[in-house]
Design a binder for this molecule. Structure first.
Ligand code: NAD
Length: 501
């Protein structure tokens, strides 16, 4: 019994690229205590105002750059991703986000004066104001420990909240390091805390906080929403996807192929907003397939050893390797051609070879389910209409990409795709423009990150009505009288009775 308790008291963080133990971290025993602590210190943080909070966030940005090597090494060690995926994607995102929210929070959350068209309310001062919810619980996945756990805490802090971050139990080290960085940047204790643990820790966090920001699979997202319903706690959900790419016959095929290879293989294919299936118009299908197969075959894979050492890193989460292998095998059995890759990489570490599948269709899980690994399935389509139909034939609606030299047509096709973000002649790049809201449609999520909505979700809007100059008694107050009712009724009919013919 003692051994079981002992075994449960820590989480062993493993380097997926080498199989070595990185560190053991203690599980958080009492999540409620973290939230109570956060609650106690939040009012002073809110009272500090935007400028005071911005000063801390900007110092944290500097800290991040000054500690870049330590941050990159930590991310690489617990995810097995490449140096570039840690440095140019995660670290750069964090630095951008710290400055962005420090600058934009006062603009997005400024009091809004409102004018009303209702004559019965004329003369009043009407204001919408945004107040922080209090304590935000951020629950994150393993694929981007900085972008999708820490990243979501930044706007919550900028809005005046305290946060408790529960990173994935597979990748807790980055959040712990950033917690240290924020403290060293002058963030008062208790405003950013890391809760270590798996699903029970997540559930305890949901029960205790005022708002939940969740990033992870659709399956868990549903559970999170159900749990939050018990306490009527608002949730924002960023969930799974199966992002389609459409390549039209007039596209720059070389650019489309390069983009397809990068966005399907970047981060080992473990990116929510990316390219996960391609639909290519028949006239350029063979050319596209030949190009992507040749380019993917040249990608270098293995344990990362600094910048430029490899292109594609490890599979971070052990069970994900089985999902990738299953999807590829099932597609192969159903008649798909494996042009390159198609197997687990032999040797130490957890790797799946970068894989291109041709001649696939929607009977295969590789085209319809989230594979979340380094695979690029490519399907031939007759025309744009078929491509759009197939792109939309999915429960997901996260991102999408359209490649064509006719950008007006590309835009028109984009508007027919059911996804929260669509790029024309690009993919996923919208994620870097923090001014643009990013949120999934359908089963890919609820709410947005980035843009005004990406910080307002961490607030409660309060409607304020102020009556400055007023009589002792308003006309509609008690007692009711037939004469006044008739007068007001006539007013209502006069005001609303016209138009609409
Ligand atoms: P996951 O759903 O398994 O886990 C996510 C987090 O939820 C983890 O921290 C986990 O411990 C926690 N959790 C698990 N069960 C819980 C429960 N019952 N209550 C509360 N918390 C619980 O996801 P994952 O495997 O870590 O991440 C991969 C998934 O994340 C993919 O589906 C990917 O598409 C998605 N993702 C989406 C985005 C986006 O922006 N939409 C970004 C990154 C990842």
């Amino acid at each position: 019994m003692a051994t079981v308790e002992q075994a449960q008291a820590t989480i062993a963080v493993e380097n997926p690229a080498t199989g070595e133990l990185v560190r053991e971290v203690p599980l958080t025993a009492d999540v409620g205590a973290l939230v109570e602590r956060a609650r106690a210190v939040q009012p002073a943080w809110e009272a500090l105002g935007y400028q005071g909070r911005a000063r801390v966030l900007l110092r944290a940005r500097r800290w991040l750059i000054e500690h870049a090597e330590e941050v990159v090494a930590t991310i690489v060690s617990e995810t097995g991703k490449t140096d570039e995926d840690a440095r140019l994607v995660e670290l750069a995102y964090g630095a951008n986000a710290l400055g962005f929210w420090a600058r934009k929070a006062p603009k997005y959350l400024a009091d809004e004066k409102v004018r009303t068209g209702n004559p019965f309310v004329l003369g009043r001062k009407l204001v919408v104001r945004y107040r922080p919810v209090g304590v935000v619980g951020v629950i994150g996945p393993w694929n981007y420990p900085l972008v999708n756990s820490v990243g979501d805490a930044i706007p919550a802090l900028a809005a005046g909240n305290a946060v408790v971050v529960k990173p994935s139990e597979v990748t807790p080290l980055t959040s712990l390091l950033i917690e240290r960085g924020l403290l060293e940047s002058g963030l008062p204790e208790g405003l950013y805390q890391t809760a270590i643990g798996g699903p029970p820790t997540g559930e305890a966090l949901i029960d205790a906080v005022d708002m939940v920001m969740f990033t992870g699979s659709t399956r868990t997202g549903r559970k999170v929403m159900e749990r939050a319903a018990r306490t009527l706690t608002p949730v924002s959900l960023e969930l799974g996807g199966k992002d389609p790419m459409i390549v039209l016959a007039d596209a720059d095929v070389e650019r489309a192929a390069n983009a397809a290879v990068y966005y399907s293989m970047q981060n080992g294919g473990q990116t929510c907003i990316s390219i996960e299936r391609a639909y290519v118009e028949a006239p350029v299908y063979d050319e596209f397939v030949a190009k992507v197969a040749a380019k993917v075959a040249k990608l270098r894979q293995g344990p990362p050893a600094g910048p430029g050492s490899i292109d594609v890193g490890a599979m971070t989460f052990p069970p994900q390797l089985d999902v990738v292998a299953r999807h590829v095998q099932q597609a192969r059995d159903a008649g798909a051609r494996v042009l390159t890759g198609g197997r687990e990489r032999p040797g130490a570490g957890r790797f799946y070879e970068p894989t291109v599948l041709a001649d696939v269709d929607h009977s295969m899980a590789a085209m319809t389910e989230e594979t979340f690994g380094p695979t690029l399935p490519v399907m031939k389509v007759a025309d744009a209409d078929e491509a759009v139909r197939l792109a939309n034939d999915s429960p997901y609606g996260l991102g999408a990409a359209v490649f064509t030299r006719d950008v007006a047509r590309g835009e028109a096709i984009a508007s027919r795709i059911e996804a929260g973000a669509v790029c024309v002649n690009d993919a996923a790049l919208n994620y870097l423009a923090l001014e643009l809201p990013m949120g999934g449609w359908k089963e890919s999520g609820l709410g947005v990150r980035h843009g005004a909505g990406g910080i307002r979700k961490y607030t409660r809007s309060q409607a304020l009505l102020v009556t400055r100059f007023a009589p002792k008694r308003e006309i509609h107050y008690f007692p009711y009288s037939a004469r006044v009712t008739k007068l007001l009724d006539r007013g209502v009919k006069l005001f609303y009775g016209r138009g609409g013919s």
